[in-house]
Design a protein around this ligand. Structure first.
Ligand SMILES: [Zn+2]
Length: 133
């Protein structure tokens, strides 16, 4: 039977999970609407309700959306990489950056060699002249 009351308010994912009534003043309703129950459960399982609320209250109100996004990402990463979490991705990206920097250095050396080959025909641009007093 559908609730035919005058104010039908869909419980947020947090209240639905906690089996309590949700209202306009619910702290988590904005961040975890009913459609985001999957995200809520991931965050809940990793951080727990009290820590989630503590983190939310510890940041400025204009940063709470970002904080929740961060918690969701952290929870997803922890599920995907149970040992290292975000660190796995950071380490992988760090290796890729290191590899790209080595390739860049090789390309720079090749460019330097090619420029040196061009300069051999023309006048020397070196500042110091060995053997000259
Ligand atoms: Zn709620």
């Amino acid at each position: 039977m559908a609730n035919a009351g005058p104010s039908v308010y869909k419980a947020c994912a947090a209240c639905k999970h906690q089996r309590r009534k949700c209202n306009q003043n619910c702290t988590l309703a904005k961040y975890f609407p009913a459609e985001k129950s999957d995200d809520y459960e991931k965050v809940y399982n990793l951080f727990g309700m009290q820590n989630m609320l503590k983190i939310l209250k510890s940041v400025d109100e204009d940063e709470r959306d970002t904080a929740i996004e961060s918690l969701i990402m952290e929870a997803r990463m922890r599920l995907e990489y149970p040992v290292h979490g975000h660190f796995s991705v950071a380490r992988k990206l760090s290796f890729e950056i290191e590899k790209a920097e080595k390739e860049l250095e090789i390309v720079r050396q090749k460019i330097h060699i090619c420029k040196g080959a061009d300069n051999r025909a023309g006048p020397s641009t070196r500042e110091e002249r060995p053997g000259q007093p």
